[in-house]
Design a protein around this ligand. Sequence first.
Ligand SMILES: Cc1cc2nc3c(=O)[nH]c(=O)nc-3n(C[C@H](O)[C@H](O)[C@H](O)COP(=O)(O)OP(=O)(O)OC[C@H]3O[C@@H](n4cnc5c(N)ncnc54)[C@H](O)[C@@H]3O)c2cc1C
Length: 329
Amino acid sequence: MEYDVIVVGGGHAGIEASLVSARMGKKTLLITMLVEQIGAASCNPAIGGLAKGHLVRELDAIGGEMGLCTDSAGIQFRVLNASKCAAVQGSRAQIDMDRYREYMREVCHNTANLEIYQDEVTSLLTSDENELEVCGVKTKLGEEFKSKKVILTTGTFMKGLIHIGSSTYDAGRAWELPSTTLSTQLKEFGLNVGRLKTGTPARIDAKSIDFSKMEEHGGDEKPTPFSFRTDKKTFNPKQHPCYITYTNLGTHGKISSNFHRAPMFTGQIEGRGPRYCPSIEDKVSRFSERDRHQLFLEPQTAMCTEYYINGLSTSLPIDVQKDMIHSIN
Ligand SMILES: Cc1cc2nc3c(=O)[nH]c(=O)nc-3n(C[C@H](O)[C@H](O)[C@H](O)COP(=O)(O)OP(=O)(O)OC[C@H]3O[C@@H](n4cnc5c(N)ncnc54)[C@H](O)[C@@H]3O)c2cc1C
């Protein structure tokens, strides 16, 4: 089968790449590992934020889907730094992760010129005349697809490795298979490859949380949609609150007495961390003078009871994670 464009990976980037290509009339194939996970949020159930909100709106201005999807799946909308000047403001929305995925999958399935195939791309095909000219892809099931252009949007999946204390396992993100061979081939082509690390907190059940001890953090009274195509006048989504709480010196003690078990510090994690989202062990170590750190409890969906603890991203072992969560009161 021959396509104009093949996109590898149905995450946030791959969706937009596939849609823009198909909408321009190009015969496009999106190959992704799990069709159900198209548009899955790997970490916190939110879109935008400072700087990132600008990107979503820029994407929207050129016809992207992310803003529209957020307006449809959003469960809390806020303009951050609203009291400051426009240059430092940022739009942010909590999303219902399930609804977000369903919306994106539905749009991808119903876009003309776009086909979706579920498999892992294991290698790029190159033409005989010039071995660096990519002309298609080969998949784990042995299928070959030809294309003039291949776009890789593989996110955190290439040789992905998860660390929880001293336990490690191969995964693209929690419990999903990693992409194992593509990066080896890219290296063989002479491209530079490197490792980055990111982190995530434990998710907890609302039934185990005493919300009465926390500060409620709601959305804007007059929510602003992300997309320029959403009608501002009628935009009135049901908004769900987040909740604010804090770590304390007891929490910090449990963390610092286990620094020697944190792969962030023992050298077990080789990749460099991004500047966003430092781990709690990093914050406790770097700002030892602070007696508390703010945490936001964010609902992952409108219907279920799972909460994301924004601010408690960690590489510490499970027993320490449990201890530190139980120390927050
Ligand atoms: C634990 C964790 C925490 C994170 N925290 C943040 C954060 O706080 N802020 C932030 O901005 N970002 C964070 N990220 C990064 C997050 O992954 C990206 O922001 C975002 O998901 C990137 O979108 P993407 O489309 O590039 O990749 P992804 O959303 O990762 O999607 C990649 C897609 O490609 C598919 N795929 C990969 N390899 C292949 C292959 N060989 N063949 C077929 N399909 C393939 C996967 O199945 C997946 O569907 C975090 C990631 C993780 C795992």
